[in-house]
Design a protein around this ligand. Structure first.
Ligand code: ADP
Ligand code: ZN
Length: 221
């Protein structure tokens, strides 16, 4: 395995994207850049961005492209991402964001865009059971038998139900995914950098598929 990689992981909400991104970031030793986590951090800090983002997120809507591109542009100019690479989680989410990212990464292009494919019918249940650590963002799945309050195994923070994981907001986010984000699959397949990965099966097996396709994409031809 060669450390360092420049990756995007696309996929429907509830496909297991967050957890697989954390694993990929450890495997390739690159920062995991989750725009959702960055926005939630801004909400906790109560910054101007956070106050605006909270309103948008709680309704399941998307934060504006210009704001998101600005955040990612800034993050990708840091020494760690410039040097080792990154895995992007939750960005790009619209075609204009993808076009802006092409411009940002013109000198150091992406290795591969991974699409973690799980059908819509399969993700609803996973999303309503989803819990997340307020402090470090680790995802959990509730099975109804957990102790309250629930403490994060990774950092000791509080594990909570996300404010935007209501059935209405989830349904709306999945609609937005079909409308705004699924066109990215075509966008990247035209640019020849897309690998579609079957997201069904044991998480270890899905992880193996993901790393195999990154390795294949980076093999010198
Ligand atoms: P999910 O995958 O469940 O939608 P995320 O944690 O990726 O959750 O994002 C949570 C919310 O943050 C989104 O519903 C949206 O409001 C906002 N958000 C995150 N990334 C972006 C982005 N690239 N563009 C616009 N909004 C975003
Ligand atoms: Zn935690």
């Amino acid at each position: 395995m060669i450390p360092g990689a420049r990756l995007i992981l696309l996929g429907r909400q509830g496909a297991g994207k967050g957890t697989q991104c954390v694993r990929l970031s450890r495997h390739f030793v690159v920062p995991h850049i989750s725009t959702g986590d960055m926005l939630r951090a801004a909400v906790r800090e109560g910054t101007e961005l956070g106050v605006m983002a909270k309103r948008v997120m709680d309704q399941g809507n998307l934060v504006g492209d210009d704001i998101m591109v600005g955040i990612v542009r800034e993050r990708l100019s840091q020494p760690d991402t410039m040097g080792r690479g990154y895995i992007l989680d939750g960005f790009p989410r619209t075609v204009p964001q993808a076009m802006a990212l092409d411009e940002i990464t013109a000198e150091l292009p992406l290795d591969v865009v991974l699409d973690l494919d799980v059908p819509r019918e399969m993700v609803l249940e996973r999303l309503s059971a989803r819990r997340v650590c307020r402090d470090c963002g680790t995802n959990y799945v509730a099975n109804g038998s957990e102790k309250h309050p629930w403490i994060c195994e990774v950092c000791g923070g509080d594990v909570m139900h996300r404010d935007d994981d209501t059935p209405e907001a989830i349904d709306h986010r999945l609609d937005l995914y079909e409308q705004q984000t699924s066109p990215l699959i075509e966008y990247y397949s035209e640019h020849g950098r897309l690998a579609v990965i079957d997201g069904l099966g044991h998480p270890d097996e899905v992880f193996r598929r993901l790393t195999a396709s990154v390795d294949a994409a980076r093999r010198p031809t």
